[in-house]
Design a protein around this ligand. Structure first.
Ligand SMILES: [Cu+2]
Length: 253
């Protein structure tokens, strides 16, 4: 028994460390808040189960290592009912917690839901992938973004329409919790609300050919005023230089 307790100490220490090691960082977007929140909730289930299973395993090894011959186990109704009910409760918790996140529009946007179509103030970004680069534009403002940088305001619903002109690419901004396949001939929308101003790295996350690794882009989250200023600048300066822009993007890559 003493040895068992000794074996449990580093195990418990590890478990506590794994929980403490994850700092409660400020969330960058509603999407990442939901995803990380679910991850943390599931950790509260997974860590105790890991400890329980490892503890039983260690106990069994240490307790019976000198036993002469294995004896068949006897039926234990109470134990069987307990683990069946416990498993059901745990799976129910995991299912309900996951459904709450997966059914949220900020995580999985259902394109056929009419009632959550963009409102007047909402920002719509069109992200078109091609071999090998991105054409970013604001269809409602009728301007293209400068280069491969998307500027979006914080605390505002942002809809990103992702598509491709050739093969399958993927729009991925890890820090904002955004990921969506870019399918040729199909527009897939993702929605989010950015919460933290800053610059976020995005890239293509679907291997699409020789220059796949150069399909980078940037998402800049700014204040509402800065965003409006940016759109005005784009309107007055460029008067749509979309064809040249994609050519320079391609050359730069
Ligand atoms: Cu790609």
């Amino acid at each position: 028994m003493k040895r068992l307790r000794l074996a449990l100490v580093p195990l418990l220490g590890l478990a506590v460390l794994s929980l403490a090691a994850e700092p409660v960082a400020a969330q960058t977007s509603v999407t990442s808040e939901l995803i990380n929140g679910l991850n943390n909730k599931l950790m509260w289930v997974a860590v105790p189960i890991t400890i329980l299973v490892e503890a039983i395993l260690l106990y069994t090894v240490l307790r019976f290592k000198d036993a002469d011959e294995a004896k068949p186990t006897k039926e234990n109704r109470r134990l069987e009912i307990t683990w069946t009910v416990a498993t059901a409760v745990i799976l129910l918790f995991v299912g309900v917690a996951s459904y709450g996140v997966l059914a949220n529009d900020n995580v999985v946007f259902q394109n056929d839901k009419q009632e959550i179509a963009p409102q007047e103030d909402d920002v719509v970004v069109h992200a078109e992938a091609f071999q090998w680069g991105w054409r970013m534009s604001y269809p409602e403002e009728n301007v293209s973004a400068s280069g491969t940088t998307i500027v979006i305001p914080k605390n505002q619903d942002v809809y990103i329409n992702v598509t491709s002109t050739d093969v399958i690419h993927a729009f991925h901004v890890p820090k904002l919790g955004l990921k969506q396949d870019a399918m040729p001939g199909q527009v897939s929308t993702i929605k989010t609300v950015a919460l933290e101003e800053g610059t976020y790295q995005g890239y293509c996350a679907e291997f699409c050919g020789v220059a796949h690794s150069q399909m980078m882009f940037t998402v800049e989250v700014v204040s509402q005023e800065e965003y409006e200023q940016y759109i005005q600048e784009q309107k007055s300066s460029s008067q749509n230089v979309e064809p040249q822009q994609s050519a320079t993007t391609l050359a730069a890559n």
